[in-house]
Design a protein around this ligand. Structure first.
Ligand code: GAP
Length: 514
């Protein structure tokens, strides 16, 4: 665990050192749980967004995009249930005066049982070597069975308390499990209270005439309230989807783990409208489609798992998360929800406008059901970066920090470097940059030794470096160095575009999705 903490700290400082992520308002000592993306971060983030957007709108001719406003009529949030039910259960420790999410305290406690079980398995694997029968060991080892039994009993109570919205029982679980405050080490807990996560602001010029509005906590409602506009103007027939990328805001109380839980973040959401009764079939479809999208990046199939929700949101009849193995354990990156016809029906009720679809195949009008796929751009960014980061020992004792980013997502695709800053080499290198820059992001680098320049490009995940030397002027060939293998080959300048493009283009990645 300490090793993982250490790795996470290194990733956070790497993000800052190489212009990926900065603390917001840093020169004013920062603003908690708000972050800015730097020169390399914004490119990586934009590439993630393009991969998602094109994966949705290019590859599906029944999915279209929109870009709705952040400010929306306040009644939308009443209709959606967010005003009344978008809450976190909070508990305070009286000694440290620290505030926690009661559900997170219990989830962390549950995770400790899993850690104990995995430790037992790892110890036994070491002891028994090749003859180790892991499945049998898990089924029969008394300590594993005892820990699993304790975990399951707490989990059952926890799931019931969440579903019943039973705040007293949540507190009782914390007391019974002897969970202590990580700061004070005491069990001096207050009652559990609900806290609404929406930010409020005012619209209008005078205090009297001002209207309280909310910063949207999800982009989805902008899609629901535009359902009719898009369906009618796009002459869309069910099933069809509407995709949107945009900022969302939540007043997270326990904001931690860097860009994993932020107060201002970005979502990529797609609402897929289907015929009632067909929603669970489409829910399965989108679970598999979204997992394929993640796995196509090649970060490691074993790093993903589904996690079905214990407590369904007020609008859902099925929900699962796609979790990714971050340095601090498996964590939610994307949610896939079967939202029934809850949102559209609510907007029908609160707006007084009919939101129905006439289905010519069955000659019936109905309020469509919805499958939602909702992924956080920032969490996706963190998962890509965590999987890509390596401190790789090299011959001679040197260690290189390298980001093995999927080439299509890398901020810079190719760096062109003159071996020396004279003899016409910079001019030739710039000529190559000026030719390649129309196809992919190409940087020119001339400062420091070639070795140092390679290291800098490795650290930002540039898949290819091109070195221009004296031979280039004679035969128009350059050295092409590949980031992961560090292999160098001599290629003709005229071949560069197609070699690099084949590996770094988004097109190649999208083709893997079929
Ligand atoms: N429209 C459904 C919805 O918003 P959600 O599970 O609350 O569902 C969807 O959020 C995704 O948004 C999450 O899987 C996560 O990736 C991202 N997300 C949610 N809260 C976040 C936060 N505070 N900081 C960063 N990302 C967040």
């Amino acid at each position: 665990m300490a090793q993982q903490d250490d790795l996470f700290k290194k990733i956070v400082s790497h993000c800052k050192e190489y212009g990926f992520v900065f603390q917001s308002s840093e020169i004013y000592d920062g603003l908690s749980a708000v972050y800015d993306y730097g020169q390399n971060g914004v490119e990586l983030k934009n590439n993630i967004k393009r991969y998602w957007w094109e994966g949705m709108t290019l590859l599906h001719n029944n999915i279209v995009g929109i870009d709705s406003a952040i400010f929306m009529h306040p009644t939308i949030w009443k209709a959606s249930g967010h005003v009344d039910a978008f809450n976190d259960p909070l508990i305070d420790n009286r000694d440290s005066k620290k505030r926690y999410r009661a559900d997170v305290l219990i989830e962390d406690h549950l995770a400790k049982y899993d850690e104990k079980i995995e430790k037992e398995v790892a110890k036994a694997r070491k002891r028994f070597g090749d003859s180790f029968d892991e499945a049998l060991f898990r089924q029969t080892n008394p300590r594993i069975l005892e820990n699993a039994q304790k975990r399951d009993a707490i989990h059952e109570r926890f799931a019931k308390a969440l579903n019943d919205n039973n705040l007293e029982e949540l507190r009782q679980i914390i007391i019974d499990c002897e969970i202590v405050c990580p700061i004070s080490g005491t069990r001096n807990w207050t009652d559990v209270r609900q806290f609404n996560l929406m930010f409020k602001t005012e619209m209008g010029s005078t205090a009297d005439g001002a209207m309280t509005i909310y910063l949207r906590p999800e982009t989805a409602q902008g899609i629901f309230v535009n359902y009719l506009n898009v369906q009618k103007t796009g002459r869309m027939r069910l099933p069809f989807g509407i995709a949107q990328i945009g900022k969302a805001f939540r007043n997270e109380i326990v904001a931690r783990q860097f860009i994993f839980r932020m107060r201002e973040f970005e979502q990529m959401e797609m609402q897929f409208f289907v015929r009632p009764g067909e929603e669970l079939k489409w829910f399965e479809h989108w679970k598999q489609t979204r997992l394929r999208w993640h796995k196509a990046l090649g970060l490691g199939d074993h790093k993903y798992r589904f996690h079905d929700h214990d407590k369904l949101a007020h609008y859902a009849n099925a929900a699962t998360d796609i979790e990714f193995e971050m340095p601090f354990g498996f964590k939610e990156v994307e949610g896939i929800h079967s939202r029934t016809n809850f949102d559209l029906s609510q907007h029908e009720k609160y707006s007084g406008k009919k939101i129905q679809y006439f289905d010519p195949e069955i000659n019936e009008s109905y309020v469509p059901y919805v499958i939602e796929t909702s992924i956080g751009v920032d969490r996706m960014f963190l998962s890509v970066l965590s999987a890509a980061y390596e401190e790789q020992p090299l011959d001679g004792g040197e260690v290189r920090a390298v980001l093995h980013l999927p080439p299509a997502l890398a901020p810079v695709k190719c760096a062109v470097m003159p071996l020396v800053r004279k003899d016409g080499l910079p001019e030739k290198a710039l000529e190559i940059v000026n030719d390649l820059k129309f196809d992919f992001t190409t940087h020119y680098e001339e400062k420091d030794s070639i070795g140092k320049r390679y290291r800098r490009q490795d650290a930002i995940g540039t898949p290819y470096c091109v070195t221009v030397d004296h031979q280039t002027l004679e035969d128009n060939t350059v050295t092409l160095r590949e980031r992961d293998s560090m292999e160098q080959t001599r290629v003709n300048v005229d071949e560069l575009r197609s070699i690099v493009n084949e590996r770094v283009s988004l097109n190649a990645l999208l083709r893997r999705l079929g």
